[in-house]
Structure formats: structure tokens, C-alpha cells
Design a protein around this ligand. Structure first.
Ligand SMILES: [Zn+2]
Length: 141
């Protein structure tokens, strides 16, 4: 049975037994987990990090982005969680899976790139050194 709604439950730690139709969110561990909304019983872990999923809270409702694509499971479910509702996508093709994986890879690369650009000043070659080297070359060149 496919679920069309999911209820957020904020928890300290993830319980051993998960209830159907509940999105467990542990802000402490920066992760969310729920049983696949198709009813297959698989547990879907969605880490809440800049390169994984983002949780949007509005009042008592939550949304997750991007979509949940369970292509590693037999059911291959694909859905969005928007304001506690489960919005089902059509069955996903191999091509779409490849596209989403490529996009994930690009997102991770962009994130790493952005992080690398935030190096501390000392790591970068100081501009005054370049200036002094130019002066020296001009004096002795
Ligand atoms: Zn499933």
C-alpha cells in the first residue's frame, strides 16, 4: 500500500522499530529515517547535510528535498515529501537514475569546490610576496 501522507516525529535517537508513515528526524544525529512509502518495509535513511537532503519545517509540517529515489531497493520508488504529503513520481527509468546520480555527483563536486575555496589566508600565497618578488626582479633584473 502506498502512503500519501507521512507524519514527522522529532526524536533524540532513531528507534529500533519504525512505524509506517512516520518520518523520524534526529536533529542531534543530523539524519532522518522512514520506512519506504510504498509499503515494502525497506528503511530509507536520508542524511541531512548540504550534499544530501535538506529538511524544511513549516509549523507542524516538513518537506525534504531533493526527492527520495529508492533505486537501490526492489521497489524503485520515487517520491517527494512535501508538507507531510507523499507525492509519487512515475516509475523511474535507468536513464533518469543515471541523470540523478550524475547530478548528485555534480552537487558534491560543487560543494567540495566551494569548501576548498574557503581556505584560510595563510594557505594561499600572500599577495605581498608576489609584489616583493616583482620589485626584486625589477631592481636586479
Ligand atoms: Zn519501497
Amino acid at each position: 500500500m502506498r502512503y500519501t501522507t507521512i507524519a514527522p516525529r522529532f526524536v533524540e535517537a532513531i528507534p529500533d522499530r519504525l512505524e509506517d508513515g512516520v518520518l523520524y528526524i534526529s536533529e542531534r544525529y543530523g539524519t532522518a529515517i522512514h520506512k519506504c512509502c510504498c509499503g515494502c518495509g525497506e528503511e530509507v535513511v536520508t542524511p541531512l547535510t548540504p550534499v544530501d537532503w535538506r529538511l524544511h519545517r513549516r509549523g507542524d509540517t516538513v518537506s525534504l528535498s531533493p526527492s527520495i529515489g529508492n533505486w537501490n531497493y526492489a521497489c524503485r520508488s520515487h517520491y517527494w515529501i512535501r508538507a507531510n504529503r507523499v507525492l509519487w513520481a512515475g516509475a523511474i527509468s535507468e536513464r533518469e537514475i543515471a541523470m540523478v546520480k550524475a547530478r548528485d555527483k555534480a552537487a558534491i563536486e560543487a560543494y567540495v569546490e566551494a569548501t576548498n575555496h574557503r581556505k584560510p589566508e595563510s594557505v594561499q600565497k600572500p599577495s605581498w610576496l608576489t609584489w616583493v618578488m616583482q620589485k626584486i626582479r625589477r631592481w636586479f633584473g
